[in-house]
Design a protein around this ligand. Structure first.
Ligand code: ACO
Length: 342
């Protein structure tokens, strides 16, 4: 299924901008050397094949909604926004606190977003860009005024810690942004393209725990509640899809890759990001990368990287920014925007 659109704004003078950004990661650090004491791997293998040195791991009582609410509160503070002003909350996650209700409802309560309509977005590593696209549409139509979009995942709960092919890749974390109509000082969101291909569902999935295969003692013993992945297939599909969708979104925005100040990609694997940047003709100095410290935080990864690059001064008003992601589904998408809070 393909959905893409040129962002022609029906409310012509109004633009949709990111007016606040925040993040939250757990305190506990798990290093490659510690992992090497748990499975047959090494710091050198993980660094060379993925670029990851360490990741954050949530405590047993620290949930996806706790991290999401922490990121949302940080975004409210950063955007000088009162919690009561948020009228829509979308939480992108593939590791919900519970199967029912939506994790967004827990986040609403924890962050005090009492006037928000709330729902979850399940698009795995693409969840943040998908949710951003929906938020954009709500604001353009006037259905919402201020939207909180959170990407949050506690991947440590979904990983088989005895499977070295997956456990070295992921970490826990959350990032959040507030979207609202801009005052015209920046272009804000300029274009986006989102795609899905359900024929790739089996290359990265969790077999048991849904209604198709409820958990039983037998399938838990077999480890079917955990992520399984065909790593090299995912790798190739990610490189091809991320570069193609980024080109498509750039064309819609009327920009060339040389005009992009910062590529803020989903933090999957440094080799994936290097290949995508090369295909796009974007030098690595213009790619925001934090995966060496956080690993792949799934829906949390783009807003977490964005928060760091905004708050350390790398991203400046007027910069053209490109988000691009690929994840389970398969789902993928790209967003082009001009940075600026007004
Ligand atoms: N430590 C040591 N050896 C390992 C490890 C490990 N952690 N994991 C796999 N190996 C071994 C394999 O068993 C294999 O051994 P063999 O040759 O004896 O069979 C060897 O290393 C090479 O394995 P490959 O899978 O070919 O290694 P590759 O270079 O493809 O790297 C990786 C594997 C890192 C998983 C890579 O394929 C990848 O990053 N894929 C994308 C995965 C991803 O990002 N998933 C996240 C969700 S989707 C997304 O975010 C885009």
């Amino acid at each position: 299924m393909i959905k893409s659109h040129k962002m022609t704004n029906p409310i012509s003078q109004n633009r949709v901008v990111i007016s606040g950004v925040g993040s939250r990661v757990p305190e506990k650090i798990l290093t490659n050397d510690e992992l090497a004491g748990m499975v047959d791997t090494s710091d050198e293998w993980i660094k060379t094949r993925t670029g990851i040195s360490e990741r954050r791991i949530a405590g047993s009582h620290e949930t996806t909604s706790d991290m999401a609410a922490g990121a949302a509160l940080a975004a409210l503070e950063n955007g000088k926004t009162d919690a009561s002003e948020i009228d829509l909350l979308i939480v992108a996650t593939i590791s919900p606190d519970t199967a029912m209700p939506a994790t967004a409802c827990y986040v609403q309560e924890k962050a005090g977003l009492k006037n928000a309509m709330c729902f979850d977005m399940a698009a795995a590593c693409s969840g943040f860009v998908y949710a951003l696209d929906i938020a954009y549409q709500y604001i353009l139509t006037g259905a919402a005024k201020k939207v909180m979009v959170v990407g949050a995942d506690k991947m440590s709960a979904l990983i088989n810690w005895q499977d070295r092919t997956t456990c070295v890749l992921f970490g826990d974390g959350a990032g959040a942004v507030i979207l609202e109509q801009g005052k015209g000082k920046s272009l804000g969101i300029m274009a986006s393209s989102m795609k899905s291909d359900g024929s790739q569902a089996s290359i990265l999935h969790i077999e048991a725990g849904g209604a198709a295969m409820p958990l039983t003692p037998e399938n838990i013993t077999e480890g079917k509640q955990y992520i399984t992945m065909e790593g090299s297939v995912v790798f190739k599909s990610a490189v091809r899809s991320m570069s193609e969708i980024a080109e498509e979104a750039l064309a819609k925005a009327g920009l060339s890759s040389s005009e992009i100040a910062w590529l803020v990609p989903h933090q999957a694997n440094k080799r994936i990001l290097t290949a995508v940047a090369e295909k796009l003709g974007i030098s690595m100095e213009r790619v925001v990368i934090n995966l060496e410290k956080y690993g792949n935080t799934t829906a949390g990864s783009i807003p977490l990287a964005l928060d760091q690059a905004v708050n350390d001064g790398r991203i400046k008003d007027g910069d053209y920014i490109l988000f691009v992601a690929f994840g389970a589904g398969a789902t993928w998408g790209a967003t082009v925007l001009q940075w600026g809070r007004e």
